[in-house]
Design a protein around this ligand. Structure first.
Ligand code: HEM
Length: 388
């Protein structure tokens, strides 16, 4: 059986910095090499990247390709690879598969489905309005990457979960600490966020944290529950934070906006932004549990596999239709409805409440950076004049 091409000269996991208008050449190069390509993994040895959409959808639904880091290559260092503990050590949506994963999804799903999230619409718009109004009072030009894009999704999440909002700063610090090169720091950040989540679990708590406790599969321990809450906070902040910067820049690219807000156009702007600048440029790691043939290549058991979400979403030959920004299959993003509402709310609030808002630097001067690994890009700064 032939082997997938091995791209020795391309490192898809290197940190990057480029203008907002500049496409990432790595994804085009991976796509050009074939539907399945082999690269050098950051934790050593080969990794396989899927660049074809049809194959990606098959891989994301294939039960023989697992999320559980227990199937990672034996030599991989968990911290270098950015892996969670194994499902046996720390069961979670992102480490479990099969029936146990389905049980945990069933516990989460009603909390974050379209209807429940729609019911939060006024509240989410109000949070965006309040935070932007506070920032507008701070001065003429404000950097929304520093003052808004982290704070807003965290405030929404804590509010939804029933965690007191005076914990937002602590949560922001812990989210930043998650990217420390020192493994101990990352552990402390997980502990801090899990501890913070516990404050949504007190007697009489009304938020989604308490609801998840009541719906969690039988036998879920308090530690496990707190880890599930940590995962929602961290996954929900990281991605939405990155998406917000790009979305706001694209919302304001044409200067002040004084026409009527068109909901359909706002939804399209959000979808298009997520397609072109997916905050998760790659899926999370998956591992073959047995020998598997993919696109004519035989992968051994314990082979690490990724889906190139960004490369697939930005393929010029791709037909319009649902993209992979939120993944696909059983691990499809559980927060997709919430994220999209948060993003639409910001564009709407900027257009209705801040009709004079504009970028304080030319759009083309905005820079995006990625710290590498599987992380997406985030604007370095986003100077905006909100009023006047
Ligand atoms: C624009 C924002 C977001 C993007 C682009 C995004 C993207 C993704 C993607 C691509 C996956 C699938 C990963 C894979 O299969 O390997 C995923 C899963 C997940 N996301 Fe999101 N996400 C976003 C917002 C959120 C929010 C707001 C939350 C929390 C409320 C959240 C929580 C999760 C969780 C818990 C999973 C794991 C689901 C599972 O494995 O069953 N995400 N997300």
């Amino acid at each position: 059986m032939p082997n997938a091409p091995h791209l020795d000269d391309i490192d898809p996991f290197a940190p990057t910095r480029r203008a907002i208008t500049e496409p990432d050449p790595v994804h085009a190069a991976l796509r050009a090499a074939g539907p399945l390509v082999q690269v050098n993994a950051p934790a050593g040895g080969p990794a396989w990247i899927v660049t074809d959409e049809a194959l990606a959808r098959v891989v994301l639904a294939d039960r023989r390709i697992a999320k559980d880091p227990a199937f990672a290559p034996p030599g991989w260092d968990r911290h270098t690879a950015g892996l969670e503990q194994t499902a046996a050590e720390q069961p979670s949506l992102t480490t479990l598969d099969g029936p146990e994963h389905a049980d945990l999804r069933r516990a989460h799903a009603p909390l974050l489905n379209a209807k429940r999230i729609r019911e939060q619409s006024d509240r989410i718009h109000a949070i965006a309005r309040t935070l932007l109004t506070e920032l507008a009072a701070d001065g003429t030009n404000v950097d929304l990457m520093a003052g808004f894009t982290t704070r807003y999704p965290l405030t929404v999440l804590l509010d939804l979960l029933g965690i007191p909002l005076d914990h937002v700063d602590q949560a922001a610090d812990a989210c930043r600490q998650m990217f420390s090169a020192e493994p101990g720091e990352r552990g402390r950040a997980i502990a801090a966020l899990s501890e913070l989540a516990a404050s949504g679990l007190g007697d009489g708590s009304q938020g989604l944290a308490a609801e998840l406790r009541d719906r969690a599969p039988v036998g879920t321990t308090r530690d496990q529950l707190q880890y599930h809450l940590f995962a929602l906070i961290f996954a929900g902040q990281l991605t939405t934070d990155a998406a917000l910067g790009i979305l706001i820049a694209r919302t304001l690219v044409d200067g002040p906006h004084r026409s009527r807000v068109d909901e359909g156009e706002t939804g399209e702007l959000v979808r298009e932004t997520l397609r072109l600048y997916p905050p998760a440029p790659f899926s999370l790691w998956r591992f073959t549990t047995t020998e598997i043939a993919l696109a004519g290549t035989c992968l051994p058991a314990r082979a690490p596999v990724l889906v190139d979400i960004q490369g697939i979403n930005t393929d010029p030959a791709r037909s319009p239709g649902p993209d992979l920004a939120f993944g696909a299959g059983p691990h499809f993003c559980i927060g997709a409805q919430l994220a999209q509402l948060e993003l639409r709310a910001v564009t709407t609030v900027l257009r209705t409440d801040f009709p004079d808002a504009r970028l304080a630097v030319p759009f083309t001067e905005l820079q995006q950076i990625s710290i590498g690994g599987l992380q997406g890009s985030r604007l370095t700064t986003l100077p905006v004049t909100l009023r006047g």
